[in-house]
Design a protein around this ligand. Structure first.
Ligand code: ZN
Length: 313
């Protein structure tokens, strides 16, 4: 670098330093205007850090989790343990699958569901539960009711696995994960509503569901929609299923199939099961009277990069 270049570099440094000090306060928000003689002034709002720091969106979880022991005695490292009533906890199982559900309840009923699963069922046959319940917010968190080594009695209503040529009840082979979503909604009087059939017909219940939480369902998108999972729920599902992939046994039959509850006619939004990827929705087993976990989670499940253990596909 000759002397002339050094002086030019030194002068440009001074020029840059002076520009950095050129703060403005237009609109009440400090701004930095870069004076560029080759173009119009460019406003860099981000150059001033005077507002509170906003936590960036977390990056997607790694495909393989580094934690060597994500489960201890069948309980997940990130779950809050709330033990289900003994009447809702079955015998020992050796899980090979995950069945995803949505609670299909009004979002306000989260605490009521947690309380219900700690109570005795009305009859032994009615002891429904699940291994995991993922709340809509970090405050609700992920609750584990039953260790993954026990029957969680979650995939009822018909439908079976066919493993090595034998019919097997899904609860004997699957970890059940409930994501707290309201399921199918109806657009009524200008708002999205959750409701129930009271015997005479469908009746809207609870507060309306915000529009930005609803995925309208074509071709009747003006009538029906599904309650979307939150970003928190999708993140926790990613973490939980990545840890399950490292923990539960290898499939004894990679050619396993599902024998659904007849008539086996799936809604058009249900994707085909992918061979070798044993994450499925309750609707795959029981399309007759179940729609959970809904279109978004079904589409997600169909794309999960599952087994990462050697020998898996
Ligand atoms: Zn279900």
């Amino acid at each position: 670098m000759n002397l002339f270049s050094r002086i030019a570099a030194w002068l440009s440094q001074i020029f840059v330093t002076n520009k950095v000090g050129d703060w403005g306060t237009a609109g009440g928000e400090p701004q930095f205007q870069l004076q560029d003689h080759n173009s119009d002034p460019v406003v860099y709002k981000d150059a001033v850090v005077t507002t509170p720091f906003v936590e960036p969106t977390p990056p997607p979880p790694p495909a393989v989790h580094a934690d060597p022991a994500p489960f201890v005695n069948g309980y997940w490292r990130l779950a809050r343990v709330v033990k289900a009533h003994a009447g809702r906890t079955g015998g020992a199982i050796d899980p090979e699958f995950v069945v995803e559900h949505t609670t299909d309840m009004h979002p306000d009923d989260f605490d009521a569901l947690v309380a219900a699963w700690q109570r005795a069922p009305a009859t032994p046959a009615q002891g429904a539960c699940a291994h995991f319940l993922i709340g809509r917010t970090p405050e609700q968190g992920v609750i584990q009711f039953i260790p993954i080594s026990r029957n969680g009695n979650h995939a009822g209503g018909g439908g079976s696995f066919v493993i090595n040529g034998k019919i097997v009840h899904p609860n004997l082979k699957a970890v059940g994960i409930e994501t707290h979503c309201a399921g199918r909604l109806r657009f009524k009087d200008g708002v999205w509503r959750w409701g129930e059939n009271d015997g005479k017909g469908w009746v809207a219940k609870g507060a309306p569901i915000p529009t930005n939480e609803v995925e309208p369902l074509a071709p009747m998108q003006n009538v029906y929609g599904f309650h979307k999972p939150t970003a928190y729920q999708l993140h926790m599902l990613d973490l939980l299923e990545a840890d399950l992939a490292l923990t539960i046994r290898l499939l004894t039959d990679p050619g396993w199939s599902v024998k659904p509850n007849p008539p086996d006619q799936y809604p058009r939004w249900v994707p085909q099961l992918r061979k070798g990827a044993p994450v499925l929705g309750h609707v795959h087993l029981n399309p007759t009277d179940r729609e959970d976990p809904g279109p978004e989670l079904c589409a997600r499940a169909a794309k999960i990069p599952w087994f990462t253990k050697p020998g898996n596909v």
